[in-house]
Design a protein around this ligand. Sequence first.
Ligand code: COA
Length: 382
Amino acid sequence: MSTEIEYKPGLEDVPAAKSAVSFLDGKKAVLEYRGIPVEVLAKESSFEEVSWLLIKGDLPTQKQLAEFDHDLRQRRAIHFRLKDLIKCMPADGHPMDALHASVAALGMFYPCHTVTDPAKNWDASCRLIAALPTVVAAFARTRRGEEIIDPRSDLDHAANFYYMLFGKEPSPATRKVLDACLILHAEHQMNASTFTARVTGSTLASPYQTIASAIGSLSGPLHGGANEEALRQFEEIGGPEKVKPWIEAKRAADPKYKVMGLGHRVYKVKDARATVLQEIAEHVFAETSRPKAYETALEVERICAGIYGPKGIYPNVDFYSGVVYQSLGIPTDVFTPIFAIARVSGWLAHWTEQLVGNRIFRPEQISIGKTDVKYVPLEQRA
Ligand code: COA
């Protein structure tokens, strides 16, 4: 392999696929799902409709949406043995690990070994979208010693998830912000977990293995874990009046200190998803009051705009989503699983697209190791 090929760490700017699922212009903060701006979808649509849009390519008709919604509701319940498996998981384990293991196990209860039948692939896609909230809520409850709450088929996707977590229905404002969060996190082009899904999918692995791989990729703090870290950071700061000394101290200790929730490989302006999420979240804050962490976050954004703005470093969606989830009473370590509940639709859209004219991923490497090394038998090594 010649070292003349340019190596791009993180594959920055290297296209990994041709995709029609979403469009992103990081300089103008434009994000469209199948051509429709994500802000419009967050306000006007539902997560169910957006899932169809992403996977099928167009908005559903009324009949298609009603049938899809029915199919999802039918697939929310999980096998009792999977519930038993979840109950056996360590209570102090991370919910992303529980989700990862449960999704792989889901594929054993509802096998889809070959990916050549579009009807079976669609069935598996519906089951994955429908069952992820059930799995996340089940582990969130059993680890606290609480009974698992079975899904209800008379509630929509977001309301049912809230109900399975807390045993009560959400207020209309809470349901709306949760639904909007799912829409805003559903798809985001060729990010690490989507790339992972496409790579695993390209081996013709089952959809369950494909989604389990993507969940593993999402679990890292530079990807899905960022909102968890961002919220911890706001709590560590302790209030808006403490932001300035906090950032000064951090930068003095490490000039390259990274503020969590800021910056994005693609966005060089404020993430449009953060802006619309703030707008919708105000309806929830109106029912209670603005959380202290939110006031702190606003001040971090204001001060950091002056410091990092010239470098194109602004809040991404994770800067605010953690604060919103906390205001709904959702435990911090369940934030990333909620990201997975949303992103599963994007992953499945990319998987579906990948399978058309599929070619297995097998990139090149620039070899920098030794070659032609003589094997020395163990007894001759000092
Ligand atoms: N706070 C302060 N400075 C930051 C920053 C942040 N959150 N993110 C990037 N920068 C700075 C870097 O120090 C670097 O500065 P330099 O040019 O002087 O060396 C420059 O911006 C480019 O950063 P880099 O890490 O090369 O960008 P990237 O595209 O590789 O990384 C992220 C993108 C998202 C991984 C990175 O911005 C980050 O770690 N953010 C915090 C974690 C986060 O919010 N992740 C969620 C992403 S959705």
